[in-house]
Design a binder for this molecule. Structure first.
Ligand code: HEC
Ligand code: HEC
Ligand code: HEC
Length: 104
């Protein structure tokens, strides 16, 4: 009986922390580029209907921690990282719209 209660509270604890940790309501700022700061909105991307694994997988952003993957335009243009979607098919093309991401 106690074991079940314990398991249940662990389960509830894990699900609530996962929800708190999420960026759906979070905004990440990437400010290393000379082109200007890129603001990644968790809300825009979750409203677009993507689950965590869409981005948090081995090929893209394995860790849920900012700064663990170096994002370059070379990779984006090659269809990797943000470029998995920002290729003009699933989302606006990176090559054509610098200023939709980079704001000075
Ligand atoms: C459209 C892509 C995308 C989706 C979908 C996404 N994330 Fe992320 N997330 C990112 C990127 C990009 C980073 C930064 C990774 C890096 O810099 O290495 C990040 C970082 C994070 C961070 C760390 C934030 C910080 O301040 O360091 C957490 C926590 C996180 N994501 C949780 C989630 C959860 C939970 C979900 C699902 C509800 C989710 N993410 C869905 C792209 C996404
Ligand atoms: C899983 C697909 C996916 C990935 C990966 C992804 N995006 Fe997006 N992004 C979208 C979609 C879909 C939209 C909204 C539709 C559109 O504007 O084309 C969007 C919208 C945006 C917008 C809003 C633009 C505006 O005009 O309001 C920005 C900025 C953006 N993404 C930046 C990024 C950055 C930076 C990354 C990488 C860290 C990234 N996205 C990764 C799919 C993705
Ligand atoms: C989908 C969003 C997005 C679009 C569109 C985009 N970028 Fe980026 N860019 C990024 C992100 C994210 C970084 C990483 C910034 C950081 O680490 O602080 C970056 C980094 C850069 C860098 C520095 C790293 C490198 O690869 O040299 C340059 C220069 C750059 N972008 C130029 C451009 C130009 C020029 C365009 C338009 C032709 C463009 N970007 C369009 C998201 C985008």
């Amino acid at each position: 009986m106690n074991k079940i209660l314990l398991l249940l509270s662990i389960l509830i604890f894990c699900t609530t922390t996962a929800v708190i940790a999420v960026p759906p309501n979070k905004t990440l700022t990437f400010d290393q580029s000379s082109m200007g700061t890129v603001t990644f909105s968790g809300k825009v991307h979750s409203d677009a209907g993507f689950g965590c694994k869409e981005c948090h997988n081995k090929e893209m952003f394995p860790k849920m921690k900012q700064g663990t993957v170096a994002i370059t335009m070379e990779k984006i243009y090659a269809g990797k990282l943000c470029g998995e979607c920002h290729d003009g098919t699933r989302a606006f093309a990176a090559k054509k719209s610098c200023s939709r991401c980079h704001v000075r």
